[in-house]
Every structure is written in structure tokens, then in C-alpha cells.
Design a protein around this ligand. Sequence first.
Ligand SMILES: *Cc1c(COP(=O)(O)O)cnc(C)c1O
Length: 461
Amino acid sequence: MKAITKRSWAEPYKMKMVELLKMTTRQQRLKAIKDAGFNTFLLNSEDVYIDLLTDSGTNSMSDRQWSAFMTGDEAYAGSKSYFILEETIQKYYGYKYVVPTHQGRAAENILSQILIKKGDIVPGNMYFTTTRLHQELAGGTFVDVIIDEAHDPLNEHPFKGNVDIVKLEKLVKKHGAKKIPYVCVATNVNMAGGQPVSMANLKELRAFTKKHGIRIIHDMTRVAENAYFIQQREKGYEKKSIQQIVKEICSYTDGATMSAKKDALVNIGGFMAINDWDVFEEARNLVVVYEGLHTYGGLAGRDMEAIAVGIVESLDDNHQRARVGQVLYLGQKMLEYNIPIVKPIGGHGIFVDAKAFLPQLSQDQFPAQTLAAELYIDSGVRTMERGIVSAGRKPNGENYYPKLELVRFTIPRRVYTQAHMDVIAESAAAVYDKRKSIKGLKMVYEPKYLRFFQARFERLK
Ligand SMILES: *Cc1c(COP(=O)(O)O)cnc(C)c1O
């Protein structure tokens, strides 16, 4: 008999219903990826075994959320479900005014149009695709002010999402505070690999922006995952609950955009929140143009009910421990196979360093796009590119050449089991074993906006 040396944890939920998956052969997958132009976004989800394309809108809702669906008030105006959502956001995040939207980018559109004037500079802790595009469409220029460590996949800084205040100070000196409508701060920075911002950094940023009269707008899409890392890593927060930490994070910002499809555990939804009445007034007007009346903003009453319940569930300490714990489990497995991944392991997925995985490919041969296609062919696991294809082109038409060329294995919340994580890690290891024989891709179709969604590729001979 072996003595017990460890005690495992498990998910704080059990399954009441299951969704059956189609199993495919290698031959079928090869045909499917060719038909999809070697772009995993263009695969039929039916042909996918384990879907790690995104954690956006792919979460499992709880029995309580499904029950809340039934109590949704579908009135066109003044829906009770809106007031429940508003009250939940006020209580747990602390923002004063709320405008629901159909998802995060709709909130970004409205907020960018209100706050950004032509020629403005919008600093942020690394770009996000839709966020930057809305800033640019409103006439602004995004400037990255994340700390340098975030661009180094091997650097193990515990808070790689932090804003570099010196970079920000230089921007203010160069352009003047009047040209900077707000600093956009994302929590648990998606494009850096799900890396957190520290509370100390947020406090420092608040003091700096206050001095210059600049707002902070919070991209709070993954605020609860960020709070978990603060609880685990930042002195003074070990004993605080996720709920307390999230409220404190929000208190250092003036407003927020939220994609509820991530942290808030729903399949669709988002909102804009703001403490400034005047901005709220304008947002309430604009939302009618793009989304719907300000008490539903493109959502059904039942959606708002499910978001309200999801927000509360996302702030449960046991939920976050299991959520991030599953991601850490997969990351550890990959490290055991020597697969080059971004470290520290992030909150919502594993980011494989495709430049290190396929060093024989130049960035113009799309190493991350290539690797994502190879993984699909190997096992039916669907991942996605976060590199030169996602980065797109500058307003002047030149390609962005991001330092990071990553394949993202994003884990939906409460959807897959630990056994699925084993299958994923083993598939990545199998592709790693034959990495030397892998050739790159060439782009044969490029859409104008957010090209990664619909671009098509062919294999290089
Ligand atoms: C997903 C996401 C958005 C956009 O939200 P959508 O709901 O997809 O429109 C904005 N910022 C971040 C960091 C995101 O991850």
C-alpha cells in the first residue's frame, strides 16, 4: 500500500446533462481543415472534438442560470430583468450606471464614440482586437503601455498585465493629458496570455491619472480570474475573497466595458458601466441606435437574468480555484512534455509559443496558424492563432509584426473534464514530436477587418 502523499481537488459541481461529441478520423479532419482554408475559425464545430477556440460564450450555465432564464421579463421597456442586472453590477462591481449590450464590442463601440475625439491617444495594457478597432474607428490611436515583460513569453513576472507608468508618463508629456481621453486597463490581459494586473499597479495608476485628470476605463472581461491571481500572489490579499478583491479593482476605475461571455458564465451578453452621469446619458442615447432600448440593449430579458446569476457565481472562491486550476493542470502537463508555453501559466488558457515550436518558419509563413491546423489534424482539438494574422494591418496598410506568435488553447468554463485535458496535452506532444517535418502556410484570401476570423490559407510545398 502506498501512503497518501497528495490530496486532489475536484470541480465544485456535477453534471446533470451531457452533450455528445462526434469522433472523426484523421482522413476526415484533413479534408475538413483543407475545406476551411487552414483557418480553425472556418471549421464546422460538428467536426471538432475538443473545442478550445475560445472561452467566449462557450461556458456551461448552471441549473440556477437556466432557472433564471424562465423568470426573464421580456417587456420592451423597463424590464424587471434589467433592474436585477443593474443592481447586481452596482452591488458586486460598484459602478453606478449600466447600459446592457449584446456583447463586449458593442459596449466598446458606444464608449469609444462618446469619449474619443479625432487625433486622441488611447493608451492600454496591450491591444485587444475589437477594442483597438473601435478606438481607431472613433479617430483615436492606440498605444501599448504594458510592461516590457509581457512581450517576453519566458519572463515569469507574476503580474505581466501591469501598466508601465513610465511609458504612460512619457505619452502624457509628449501629447498632453487633454489628448488622452482615458487609459484602457484590461484585467487578466487576454492578449498577453491571461496575465493579471496587480492591485499595487492599479493604485499607482489611479494616483497618476487622477493627477492628470485622465479617466480609467476597465476592460473587465476577466476581472474575477485576475482577482484569483491577486489572491494567490499579492501580499495582503491572501485572506480576501474574490468578491472583495473584484470590488476593490473596480473602485480604482471610472467605468467599464464587459463581455459577459467570459467571466460571467453566459453564452451571450455584455454591458457598459460608468460612474459619470453625463457619459451615461450619451450612452443611453447611442445604445438605441445600435442595440436597442437602454433597458435591454440587444439582450433578451432572460439573458440579463442569466448574467446576473453568472456574475455572482463567478465571484465564488471555489469556482475560480477550479476554473484556473484546470488551466494550470493542462499547462503543467504540457511543460512535462517540454512544449514551449507562455509562463507563468495564465487564467483562461495555455498559449504555446509557435516561434519556439516551429523555429524553421519565418513569421510570414504563419507559424501559429500552421500549428493550430496541425493540432486539429492530429486529434480534432481546435485551437486558434494569436500572432501575425490576428494582429492585422496598421491604418497605413502595413502588417503589424507582433513579438508574440502564439497558439491559444482556451478553456471554456465548466465544460471539459481533466481527462479531456490529458488528451489535449498528449496531442500537443505528438505534434511536437514531428515538428521538424512541418511546413508553413501562405495566405490566399484576406478580409479587410479582423482578418483572422475569415482569412484562408494553403500549405506551402
Ligand atoms: C472578448 C473580449 C472583448 C470583446 O467582447 P465580445 O463579447 O467578444 O464582443 C473585449 N476585450 C477582451 C479582453 C475580450 O476578451
